[in-house]
Write a new protein. Structure first.
Lengths: 252, 381
């Protein structure tokens, strides 16, 4: 299977750009497995990303048209490309800081318009590339480079936010539950309107080492224990950091 | 320079249009089929016209959540092979700066119409201004080039919008129609050309999209969906689009080519119009709405026997330094009236010298009258 996915990668790319233990490499593979499963033609796809570690998942790795944009603006660039050429299958892959902080307004307005875009948010709960500063997704009390005493603010529940804004399909997965995540990505791509998948993806380098999860293995173990999978998430209930509910958001 | 001729899609003779309406019509005539924008006085009529007309012309219109999103969507649309535009005013120009740098660095053809109002900041939103000259050229970080035209009539709001599209396509740069509110909201009779000469971006399959052998070349531009596996990035990139963020030579070569490709074509891009320069003992340099007042002032001065001339700049960016270098040999003084504190006057001074240039400034939200320019002429000669 791993070799079967090589056709989706540029031959010029020598290796992963991600740190040891980063979840983004797993997510990269899961997105390609979803594409393989749906038998999509990469030549009809456009991958748009912003700035940050997750923005490097498609660019330059994916052998397809890729648009590596400015910090926060991926969804707005993608909206223009999709409207100007509706035949393109447009997928945005970016991080939590990119999509939910500097780009938060673009995200909720794209969800409101419900135009056919798929947004995959690789959520590592921290600004990884810039050295581990607090993000709007950093759990309360977590230690980061800018919250040395612990983060005083609660995080966004991105799935509830995007659902409330009007997105048709919203799901939360984690790279520790790979088969479910492939399923969510596949359903998101098949949704003919706005779809959003939050993919929890550990950052051992910047988050783990500051928060008593010293190795990648410990981080994955912790995430695996914290996540509980359900077939549906009640959209009216906020996220519980100690017990992260994975699944699709119910329309109720 | 134009490669193609198209028929004007609307009535051509005896039209009575506002400048903003003419800009929208010029865009559609040039082949613009995508518009993204955000409401802002005094440019909103352009967006309203595009919202009305684009859907009927198989184009796409979208009102975005802010100006940053608007220009982002325009850049995304341009890479699908669609001619794309936005229009705004001062505060919107300020918000668009990072994306203007992205368009310049990724060599994305886009057109931005700036209907200038009295700034800085929110300023006087409904009043005219001309203070964005430097902002459109130097507002984003790093070294880059843009093309900017300054219309003095409703007719030119049409023709120079077409030119802005042609040059953005030819050079793969952001191009501005840099008009003042006074022109955007002016209503005049126009006779529009039945045939429009246009330029569409060059594309040779397989050619590198971000580099040329010449150090001032404009590369081939594929579209998304052409099967070229495009790598578009705002990071430093090689000729195939691969990020090269630690190679000093790649960055130096790219930044220099992006600037040279425009500066090497200054003579082609730059347009001006001369009135009575042959025997002029004082040259008034003006552009946009102010050039209308300046022409009247020069005519009145001539009637008094004052040998003055008018040099009307049509292209502001790139700035045609050689034009002033040639004129300054006669050792005549220059008077530069403008609706800012001397932004173009400083450019002229840099070529001909400080002591040869009088800067006539006005930043009160109104246009400069012929009487005010005439008084300055009388004082100078």
């Amino acid at each position: 299977m791993a070799r079967a996915l090589e056709k989706y990668l540029r031959k010029e790319v020598a290796g992963t750009p991600f740190c040891p233990g980063c979840g983004h490499g797993i997510l990269l593979g899961l997105i390609l497995r979803a594409i393989e499963g749906l038998k999509l033609d990469m030549q009809e796809m456009l991958f748009v990303s912003g700035i940050g570690c997750a923005a490097w998942i498609p660019s330059p790795n994916f052998k397809a048209d890729t648009l590596h944009t400015l910090h926060g603006r991926a969804v707005a660039f993608a909206t223009g490309a999709k409207l100007a050429n509706p035949k393109l299958k447009v997928m945005v892959i970016s991080g939590d800081g990119d999509l939910a902080s500097i780009g938060g307004n673009h995200l909720i307005h794209a969800a409101r318009r419900n135009i056919d875009l798929t947004v995959i948010c690789a959520n590592n709960m921290i600004y990884g590339m810039t050295g581990g500063q607090a993000a709007p997704t950093t759990p309360k009390d977590s230690k980061t480079a800018t919250t040395i005493q612990g983060n005083p603010y609660p995080p966004f529940d991105l799935c509830r936010l995007v659902k409330a804004a009007g997105a048709d399909y919203v799901a939360r997965g984690a790279v520790v539950r790979p088969y479910d995540l492939i399923e969510y990505i596949s359903r998101a791509v098949e949704t003919p309107s706005f779809s959003f998948v939050e993919a929890l993806s550990p950052c051992p380098t910047q988050y783990g080492r500051r928060n008593q999860q010293d190795t990648a293995a410990e981080m994955f173990d912790h995430l695996g224990r914290a996540c509980t999978s359900g077939t549906k998430i009640d959209a009216s209930q906020p996220i519980d950091i100690e017990s992260v509910r994975l699944g699709e958001l119910d329309d109720r | 320079m134009p490669q193609n001729t198209v028929t004007h899609p609307f009535e051509t003779r005896g039209r009575y249009l506002s400048g903003n309406e003419a800009a929208a019509e010029g865009a559609l005539a040039a082949g613009c089929r995508f518009y993204a924008g955000y409401p802002i006085t005094p440019s909103s009529e352009i967006m309203e016209a595009m919202a009305r007309d684009l859907p009927e012309m198989d184009g796409a219109f979208i009102q975005m959540e802010d100006e940053i999103a608007s220009i982002s969507a325009v850049i995304g649309a341009s890479w699908t092979g669609t001619k794309a535009m936005t229009a705004t005013s001062g505060p919107g120009i300020s918000l668009m700066q990072e994306c203007l740098g992205y368009a310049a660095f990724t060599e994305t053809p886009i057109v931005v119409v700036d209907i200038q109002r009295a700034g800085p900041c929110t300023g006087q939103a409904t009043k005219t201004g001309g203070g964005d000259i430097m902002a459109v050229k130097y507002g984003s970080h790093g070294d880059y080039q843009v093309v900017a035209f300054s219309p003095w009539s409703v007719q030119e709001m049409f023709t120079l919008t077409v030119e802005a599209f042609n040059w953005s396509e030819r050079l793969r740069v952001p191009a501005f129609l840099l008009a003042e509110e006074a022109i955007g909201h002016l209503r005049e009779r126009v006779d529009l050309p039945a045939e429009i000469e246009i330029y569409d971006r060059d594309y040779t399959p397989g050619e590198p999209p971000f580099g040329t052998e010449a150090d001032d070349g404009v590369p081939s531009m594929p579209r998304f969906g052409d099967g070229e596996n495009l790598l578009v990035t705002g990071s430093t990139h090689n000729e195939r689009g691969f990020r090269k963020v630690e190679d000093p030579q790649v960055h130096d070569k790219l930044v220099r080519r992006l600037n040279r490709k425009v500066l090497a074509r200054v003579k082609d891009v730059c347009q001006h119009e001369s009135f009575h320069l042959e025997d002029a003992e004082l040259i008034v340099v003006a552009y946009g709405f102010t050039a209308r007042s300046a022409l009247r002032a020069v005519t009145l001065a001539r009637a008094q026997g004052l040998k003055t001339g008018l040099l009307r700049l049509i292209t502001i960016w790139p700035f045609d330094r050689d034009l002033f270098g040639g004129l300054s040999k006669k050792n005549v003084p220059f008077l530069v009236p403008e609706m800012n504190l001397g932004q173009v006057a400083e450019l002229v001074k840099a070529v001909v010298g400080q002591d040869r240039v009088t800067s006539l400034t006005q930043v009160n939200g109104t246009t400069i009258t012929p009487a005010k320019i005439l008084a300055a002429i009388e004082e100078a000669v």
